[in-house]
Design a protein around this ligand. Structure first.
Ligand code: SAH
Length: 394
């Protein structure tokens, strides 16, 4: 099979020799034919030596690599990729787990499938595609998923309407690509929740906080807990199971608050320890309703691009400073950043400045990260995004 060839400028092959899976547009010397967004290409160095295969994209990342060997990217090839991804989840204890049936099956570059996210909710796969190259083969990916998952898969929902570049004119529509189901509940560490994959954010639930929520549970007994940026209330129902005396959940979205209330009701029907508020988290923290012992800060990514990093750091400083000022002596703060462009170090410095400003004694008890079903490709540090600290505030 012949593919279009993308030839790099002299010296620009270095990052590919280190298996980094992106080719930037500035590294390209020439292209052997007419190229359309999404086309499969072969990457060659300036001496025409083969380096990798990927698909083209319009933008500063011009090619995303899916193989460093010559391959035919057909259904069999993608089956191989998905089988490897599944094997990792099996090792992490996420398959046939009676307590947890929500996990990330495919994490883009972390699983060698750039542009594709697949989250499993019980027997439903929710697929979110971010690039044209992967979107145009979505039916192949769908078949490959069915082949690998067999009877463990009852439906595949495509949720790519908001993630495919609109200029590509593909007019993606959300909907089932295979099967259909009304079952929208899933389990995480024995707790139940509704997944609104049709209208909710991302694929409907944040599966990346599973282990950090479990850690919170251990700090909740007899505590007054404030869960800021709660979305569907994940941290809140763990705090309740952990024995919290009161839990307040806050999100600026009314819909998120509805979902949180539903999820609390699913797990603790009629339990009046919980209350949810549709409010701005910054405002809420300025006039807290209680003296909280535990505060969770899990805001959306404040920075999606390098250009806005300084503003984002300012946001993290402000938010953390306010929480550190307000928390009860001896209190615990779970603070996170899910901005991929903000490094662990930069985030920690922002929290450090916030602590220094408050003048209170602050110690780091735990450092948190993303779980094993969001694996970090060691050659692609950009796949690391979630970081968090558990702080003890004297
Ligand atoms: N902690 C959640 C995920 C949080 S996602 C979980 O465990 O699932 C970030 C959430 O912050 C979104 O639900 C969004 O609606 C909310 N949000 C964004 N800006 C906000 C603000 N200024 N105040 C309160 N909530 C906000």
């Amino acid at each position: 099979m012949e593919f279009i060839k993308v030839i790099l400028k002299r010296g620009k092959e270095q990052s590919l020799l280190r298996f980094h899976p992106w080719v930037f547009s500035g590294a390209i010397q020439s292209v052997s034919g007419d190229i359309e967004e999404g086309d499969v290409v072969e990457i060659l160095d300036s001496n025409n030596n083969f380096l990798a295969m990927g698909y083209s994209q319009i933008g500063s990342i011009a090619v995303r690599i899916f193989s460093f060997e010559r391959v035919i990217p057909d259904e069999k090839f993608w089956i191989g990729k998905i089988e490897k991804a599944l094997a990792v989840r099996e090792k992490a204890g996420l398959l046939n787990n009676p307590e947890t049936n929500a996990y990330r099956l495919i994490y883009a570059e972390g699983d060698g499938m750039p542009g594709v996210i697949v989250d499993m909710y019980n027997q439903t796969a929710v697929m979110q595609i971010h690039t044209v190259g992967m979107y145009i083969i979505k039916d192949t990916l769908c078949n490959a998923l069915q082949e690998v998952m067999g009877s463990n898969l009852k439906a595949i929902y495509n949720k790519s309407e908001g993630t495919i570049p609109f200029k590509a004119n593909l007019n993606p529509e959300n909907g089932f690509l295979f099967g259909k189901t009304d079952d929208k509940t899933a389990l995480e560490n024995g707790l139940r929740f509704n997944v609104d994959y049709e209208k909710g954010q991302k694929t409907g639930f944040f599966v990346d906080q599973r282990e950090n929520r479990a850690l919170l549970e251990k700090y909740s007994n007899n505590k007054k807990v404030l869960n800021l940026f709660c979305y569907t209330g994940g941290f809140s129902f763990y705090a309740m199971r952990g024995g919290a005396s009161l839990v307040h959940s806050v999100d600026s979205s009314e819909r998120a608050i509805e979902l949180t209330n539903q999820n609390v009701e699913l797990n603790f029907p009629g339990d009046d320890r919980h209350q949810a508020f549709a409010e701005d988290a910054f405002k809420f923290l300025s006039h807290p309703k209680e003296d909280y012992d535990v505060i969770i800060l899990d805001p959306p990514a404040f920075a999606k691009h390098l250009k806005v990093v300084p503003n984002a750091l300012q946001g993290y400083r402000k938010l953390n400073a306010r929480a550190i000022e307000k928390i009860k002596p001896g209190g615990i703060i779970f603070t996170f950043s899910c901005s991929q462009v903000i490094s662990k170090d930069a985030f920690r410095k922002a929290v450090f400045s916030a602590a220094a400003k408050s003048g209170r004694n602050v110690r780091i008890l735990h450092q948190m990260e993303q779980p094993a079903d969001h694996p970090v490709n060691i050659y692609h540090p950009e796949s690391e995004y979630l970081k968090g600290l558990v702080l003890f505030v004297e």
